[in-house]
Design a protein around this ligand. Structure first.
Ligand code: MN
Length: 425
């Protein structure tokens, strides 16, 4: 099915600024609670939330054989499970009834099914069953390997042969705006073999992008790199909060555990892979050659500008990182092909994150660990203070967008404010 909703010429009767992340070509999906109403599946144009349940009741999805529960739902999982053909048709239909010169729905335009975004509470859009975090940026893996092991052998021998990952924690993935308390745990003081217990001191963000799976596989079934895009419904900004001091003590030999599982913050709007079509670019050349099951054809990386902002307690916003999703060494189709090559099954709503997305230049590093180089190079804030890691009262904001042919498709924000550690009694 053609993605008519992506046509750069389209204009909506809801006006948007050129700088908006949400022109009519975006048509993302989310879950919102409009004023006085129950949670429901929604979309967005400009600063307006489009109530898809109300649109359904108005007959806007007539003839599509979609049940009301797809939109009368706390999550978009049922929508995603319809499969790409159906969800593409839904997106095209929304675009159609939001068109400036539309006659199809003209008589119903005045009906109340849009709300100012500021009046709506955005909720967790996806019921996430399982979550996997990859480690797929060569620059990030090289920086970490250089800091903690050996600059001469920064990448471990497996790194260029498979997309390294670990199973993360789904229950603590939260939507943008959810308060985050500084985690507590065991850390090891310098020059000691005995751990101490207390609030994490080296709290960090990780700039990542996550993708959500729509569709199920059975146990034993593989998803090939060629098939993978059929299963990738859409993407979010993903902040994989990290406690570096807890991580350092606990991670050998099985990888991250409590240093990562206390929280991950996602942006509330799922931007469909379809909407990101205009931003496809070639990935970096992979040398050495990968095994056949990891080979892929075509452009599988996406040119998405990313930035990280630290909002200090006085309200100032400091951009501390500018990066791009196109830097990823391993792409999403390779990640899914690798994840399922052993027969591991996927379910609708499962989420995979990219790993920290760092570029080559020091201002493109996607974590404080790298930006402050383990705390040796503090970063100046506009209020006169410095940051090596994240302090209580700081808010970390991820933003991202692609821009091409005059169309900007953005992700909005993934924002999280850090509060003091909860009482340890
Ligand atoms: Mn991570």
């Amino acid at each position: 099915m053609k993605i008519e909703a992506n046509n750069p010429q389209l204009k909506s009767w809801l006006k948007t600024d050129l700088s908006s992340d949400f022109p009519i070509q975006n048509i993302p999906f989310g879950v919102a609670m409009p004023p006085g109403k129950s949670p429901r599946v929604v979309s967005r144009i400009g600063d307006w939330v489009i109530d898809l349940l109300e649109a359904y009741e108005l007959g806007f999805f007539e003839g599509m054989s979609i049940s009301k529960s797809v939109f009368d739902n706390n999550y978009i999982n049922e929508l995603m499970a319809l499969g790409k053909n159906k969800t593409r048709a839904v997106r095209n239909r929304i675009s159609l009834f939001m068109l400036e010169d539309d006659t199809f729905m003209a008589s119903k335009k005045s009906a109340r099914f849009t709300y100012p975004v500021a009046d709506c509470e955005m909720l967790m859009p996806v019921k996430v069953g399982d979550y996997t975090d990859f480690y797929s940026s060569e620059e990030h893996a090289t920086n970490v390997g250089t800091m903690f092991r050996d600059p001469e052998n920064a990448l471990l021998p497996n790194w260029k042969h498979l997309p390294v990952g670990y199973h993360g924690r789904a229950s603590s993935i939260v939507v943008s705006g959810t308060p985050i308390h500084r985690p507590t745990g065991q850390t090891i003081p310098p020059d000691s073999n005995t751990p101490v217990f207390g609030p994490c001191r080296l709290l960090d963000f990780e700039l990542e992008m996550g993708f959500v799976v729509g569709g199920e596989t059975r146990l034993g079934q593989r998803i090939s790199a060629a098939e993978a895009e059929e299963y990738i419904f859409g993407l979010v900004l993903f902040n994989d909060w990290s406690a570096r001091d807890i991580q350092k003590w606990e991670y050998v030999p099985l990888g991250p555990f409590l240093a990562k599982s206390f929280a991950s913050t996602i942006s509330p709007w799922i931007i469909t892979l379809d909407a990101l079509e205009p931003f496809r670019v070639a990935g970096p050349e992979q040398d050495p050659k990968v095994l056949p099951y990891l080979e892929y054809e075509g452009k599988k990386n996406y040119d998405i500008h990313l930035e990280v902002i630290i909002r200090t307690p006085n309200g100032d916003e400091n951009v501390v990182c500018r990066s791009n999703f196109k830097y990823m060494y391993w792409n999403m189709t390779q990640q899914l092909a690798h994840h399922t090559v052993n027969g591991c099954n996927f379910k609708t709503g499962d989420m995979c994150a990219s790993g920290t997305i760092s570029g080559k230049s020091p201002d493109s590093y996607g974590s404080m660990l790298e930006l402050s180089w383990k705390g040796t190079k503090p970063i100046k804030m506009s209020d006169g203070t410095e940051r090596k890691f994240i302090q209580d009262g700081d808010t970390v904001i991820l933003r991202g967008y692609g821009e091409n042919e005059g169309v900007r498709i953005g992700f909005g924000e993934a924002e999280g404010k850090i509060y003091p550690a909860l009482d340890m009694e």
